[in-house]
Structures are given as C-alpha cells and as structure tokens.
Design a protein around this ligand. Structure first.
Ligand code: C5P
Length: 285
C-alpha cells in the first residue's frame, strides 16, 4: 500500500493563442503548485475498485482521471494485478485549480512505484491524460507551453502566500475555451508588474486571457472579483478557466485575515503557499 498527496495548481498568468486544427489552443502560462491537496492511496486488492477515503463513492468513477492513470500505467508495465485506489477530494472540482489533473499525476507516480514502472513511462502517459497532467507530474513553478505538454521548471516562487476563493459556480474548461473563440479571442485584464511581489515582477504584467470568457459564462464571477478586490484593496486574478480567484498576500496570517472578511456563499476558500512539487508522500491515514 502506498500513499501520496496531489497538489492543486494556480495559473499566475495564462495567455491563449488561436484554436489549432487538433481542437486545442496553444498556451503560454506560469503554473505554480500550491498547498491545497487531495490524498490518494493505492493498494493491491481482490478486485479493481475506486472509492472515497471513507469508503464513499467517488463521483464519475468510470471516467475518473486518476483511475485512468492507474490503468494506463498497469497496461504499460504489463501487470495484471488488481488494484484499489482511495481518493480524498479536498480540491474543488471544475474550479481552475487542476485537482483532477493533480490526482492523475499523483496516481501515475503511485502506480509507477507499486507496479515497478519507470519515469519514462510516467512522462509518456501524462499528456494522454490531459493538458495539465504533464505539469502536475513535475509541479513546483514552471512556464508551460504547447497545449500544456511543454513544461520548463523554474525556481520556485517565494515571498508571498495566496488567498483562494472559489465562487459558487462550476466551469467546464472546454466551454470556457469555446466561449473565448466565440468572443473573438479577447485579452484578459492585466495586473501591473509594480503591484506584484518581487519574485513575480519579472513575469508581469499578469494576464489571464480566459477571464472575459469565464465571466461571460458566469456573470457572478465578476461580482465576486470586484467584491474581493474592494474588500482586500488589491488585484484579484482568475486561475485557469476559473472560477477560482486568487490574490497575493505577504504571509499566511494576512491571507487568513483576508478570508475572514469574504462574504458568505463561496464554494470553498483556502490559504495556500507555493510548493516545490506537484505531488508528495503522505503518511497519515
Ligand atoms: O486536455 P484536457 O482534457 O484537459 O482539455 C479539455 C478541453 O479543453 C479540450 O478538449 C479543449 O476543448 C480545451 N483545451 C484547449 N486548449 C488547451 C487545453 C484544453 O482548447 N491548451
């Protein structure tokens, strides 16, 4: 039996190019793994099974990306062992935080260890599972290109902590990209480099091109963004295809204080620090 943590990601900027013939958009994005995590446990079993941490159902077990990762690794190594995957979901789904991709990446690593796979197999399978999975198998801080498969790790960002708020709406990534096409490929709002912590300034201005599309599909997103920007007196940015909103603070105390003044009704909120990996070992039950 083997356990692991899967870390959410935040896109600190996300620039998008025109739709390609293969149905994906080229992106240029600064990805950061953060301390908001799901837990996974993989063990040999009498029959194949995926379940929640306390024996509960995992929604969408059939198409569950983490389970597909496990099966892909098992096939790749030629194993016929039956397996049980337990998943403790803490990262909100359909939020722009990459929870499903992080789970898939962590599941790939766990299956690799349990079944005797190789790092090459992990790297080979990752892009087949989803555009954000190649980043998540490495994690930390990276500049990401292509449809997500080109990952250039850079030094982990430091000197700030994030307050994350997920407004009460779910956004499916394909719908947001399609809306971005329909709107005529708009640019997102910019956060000026001078408004950023020193480690982020070279990457500014921070722009998420998907913001106008996400806000068009979920008008409450813009209400939440202005509420948070007013309450916190600082820029509030969208992560990925949303609706997770993020702002930067000096330390965890300041970020906790910021979350305390958020109006009720958010789907979830969390104080999260940058972490240096996309996944890691977990010892607790
Ligand atoms: O790769 P993933 O399965 O996460 O992508 C889901 C959908 O999001 C794609 O089918 C595509 O519609 C859209 N997408 C995109 N460009 C990307 C990543 C995702 O258009 N770079």
């Amino acid at each position: 039996m083997i356990r692991g943590l899967a870390h959410a990601k935040v896109n600190l900027f996300l620039r998008v190019g025109s739709l390609r013939a293969d149905g994906f958009h080229p992106v240029h994005s600064l990805f950061q793994s953060v301390s908001w995590s799901d837990r996974l446990e993989l063990s040999f079993a009498a029959e194949d099974e995926i379940s929640g941490w306390h024996g509960g159902e995992v929604p969408d077990a059939e198409g569950n990306l983490a389970w597909r990762a496990v099966v892909a690794m098992r096939t790749a190594v030629g194993s016929e062992r039956l397996l049980r995957l337990r998943l403790d979901k803490q990262i909100p789904v359909a939020a722009g935080l990459g929870g499903g991709s992080a789970d898939a990446a962590a599941a790939l690593h766990l299956a690799c260890q349990l079944l005797g796979g190789t790092a090459e197999l992990v790297a080979e399978i990752a892009p087949e599972l989803g555009s954000d999975v190649p980043f998540c198998v490495t994690g930390g801080t990276a500049l990401v290109g292509g449809r997500g498969e080109t990952v250039h790790p850079i030094e982990t960002l430091t000197g700030f902590v994030m307050a994350l708020v997920v407004p009460p709406v779910e956004l499916a990534t394909p719908r947001v990209f399609a809306e971005w096409d329909r709107l005529g490929e708009p640019s997102g709002p910019a956060v000026a480099a001078e408004a950023l912590p020193p480690s982020l300034r070279p990457h500014g201005p921070l722009i998420n091109d998907l913001y106008p599309a996400a806000a068009a599909l979920a008008p409450e997103l813009d209400e939440w963004r202005s509420h948070l920007a007013d309450a916190w007196g600082r820029p509030v940015m969208l992560s990925g295809s949303g609706p997770a909103l993020v702002a930067l603070f000096v330390d965890a105390d300041e970020a906790e204080g910021a979350l305390a003044v958020v109006r009720p009704g958010a789907r979830a909120s969390h104080v999260a620090a940058p972490v240096a990996k996309g996944w890691g070992p977990s010892r607790d039950a």
